[in-house]
Design a protein around this ligand. Structure first.
Ligand code: XAN
Length: 459
């Protein structure tokens, strides 16, 4: 095994566990071997651990008093080809927005030169914002989607990447010609990803939504997911208009979620984006099937889709993570998703009043890390600092050179953490580790081009 990425980190670590949303571990050391956490112990026992784990001579990184490490953020729903539109065209509701802005930009990615440049910008920006694992939608174009995988691999991010399927109710210039073509291309995509032997990337089956896929296509995609034991992602109950359209298209089904269920798309590895307008039977169904929900609050507000009652779903033990949903959501950072999650939850409490407990910041942090890992069925290997898990982590420096947050003498670790969560940004993310490998060089940030750079990939 290559030992060059083995490392020991000493200082403060903050993470979510199954019982607590944010635990602060002061004066600890974490040893990373072959990309995974080998030991966690008191800082005073670092030498003993190095010996015990055969790691003598390993590089040691000591954090300063104000610095701390958190698990990397997990974005459970993001459209990489919509990044060129981030912050543009948010003046329409979902279905009109798709026709007017989204399908046109996605169709540009069949031009591989355009795709190479736009995808590199997108992944670079997402990574700079601390997203160590992303669950991406690409486009219907297989080769451009493979290019996206190559770029993610090059930049060292962990990702699930889906070639999008859509064969009906889509514009002539952006639609797959038949069920056969859609399935053959998806098979070609899966085989190509497998043959490239990426270490951090896996394919995900991606029927866009029930409006854009016929029943036969959804059924065949469900079969394909089963055949290859793959995860699935799609959209569900994002807007009321969308739900009405689905109900008209599928009058013989009990509900929108039932359409996915009867076509074999609801599995314990299914990621359902939005889920704003679920009925109680639909909540029961996705709970029984053990699907995860990607909560995308920026998008839900920006496109005026609705206010998800996250507390209600969590109380019913639905797995939940956060998604930026670029570009329905305008911000590529999960920090933003956490903040808007809290705004939406506070709004719910104002509307509902009696006894409603809004989510707190620590719960939002848990959703952004361990919650995301659960939604992506990766909680055995990701999401927090436990021995045996991949070391995907961010070194946060509240006092970094270009920081826009201010720390005061009496601010303790919890204060620094909260200030970062509410007022920090990528300028406080000083180092990024994915599978133990450092992928983000702070020396490059604000260098010549005054923009973020990873591995020499300038924006
Ligand atoms: O927010 C969304 N973005 C999309 O691209 C999309 N496609 C279907 N439904 C969608 N919702």
């Amino acid at each position: 095994m290559d030992k060059k990425n083995d490392v020991v980190l000493c200082g403060t670590f903050i993470h979510a566990t199954n019982t607590e949303s944010a635990v602060i571990l002061n004066d600890k050391c974490i040893g990373v071997k072959d990309g995974k956490i080998e030991f966690i112990d008191d800082i005073s026992l670092v030498e003993k651990n190095l010996k015990q784990h055969n790691m003598e001579g390993t590089k040691i990184i000591k954090m300063t008093e104000r610095q701390f490490m958190i698990p990397g953020f997990i974005d459970t729903h993001i459209h990489a080809p919509q990044y060129p539109n981030a912050g543009k065209g948010l003046d329409k509701g979902l279905l009109e927005w798709l026709e007017t802005y989204t399908f046109p930009v996605e169709s540009k990615f069949k031009d591989l030169k355009y795709a190479a440049s736009a995808y590199r910008k997108a992944v670079n920006r997402v990574l700079c914002n601390g997203t160590t694992t992303a669950c991406y939608y690409a486009t219907i174009d297989t080769d451009a989607t493979l290019l996206l995988c190559d770029i993610i691999n090059d930049l060292g991010q962990r990702a699930l990447v889906g070639k999008v399927n859509m064969n009906i109710n889509s514009p002539d210039y952006y639609v797959e010609a038949s069920v056969e073509e859609s399935i053959n291309e998806t098979r070609r995509y899966i085989e190509a990803v497998k043959s490239r032997k990426y270490t951090t990337i896996q394919p995900i089956i991606t029927p866009r939504f029930a409006i854009a896929c016929c029943k036969t296509l959804m059924k065949k995609l469900g079969d394909l997911a089963e055949e290859h034991n793959l995860p699935i992602q799609t959209h569900l109950c994002e807007t009321k208009d969308e739900v009405s359209f689905v109900n008209k298209l599928f009058p013989d089904y009990d509900s929108y979620a039932d359409v996915y269920d009867k076509t074999g798309l609801l599995t314990e590895k299914t990621v359902l984006a939005h889920c704003v307008h679920l009925t109680q039977p639909e909540i029961d169904l996705i709970k029984n099937r053990k699907c995860g929900v990607s909560h995308c609050p920026n998008s839900n507000l920006s496109l005026r889709s609705g206010l998800l009652d996250a507390r209600n779903l969590l109380q019913q033990d639905i797995k939940m993570g956060l998604g930026t949903d670029v570009s329905g959501g305008y911000h590529p950072s999960i920090l933003d998703a956490m903040r808007v999650t809290l705004h939406v939850s506070n709004t719910q409490s104002l509307l509902k009043q009696n006894g409603y407990t809004p989510l707190n910041m620590k719960e939002a942090f848990s959703l952004a890390t361990l919650g995301g890992a659960k939604v992506l069925s990766m909680e055995d290997v990701l999401g927090n600092f436990e021995v045996g898990k991949y070391f995907d982590a961010l070194l946060i420096d509240p006092c970094s050179e270009h920081s826009v947050l201010d720390i005061f003498d009496d601010d303790i670790a919890n204060d620094c953490f909260e200030k970062f969560m509410f007022t920090g940004d990528d300028r406080n993310i000083s180092r990024i580790f994915i599978g133990g490998k450092e992928v983000h060089n702070p020396v490059d940030v604000f260098s010549v081009q005054s923009t973020c750079t990873i591995n020499g990939a300038g924006l």
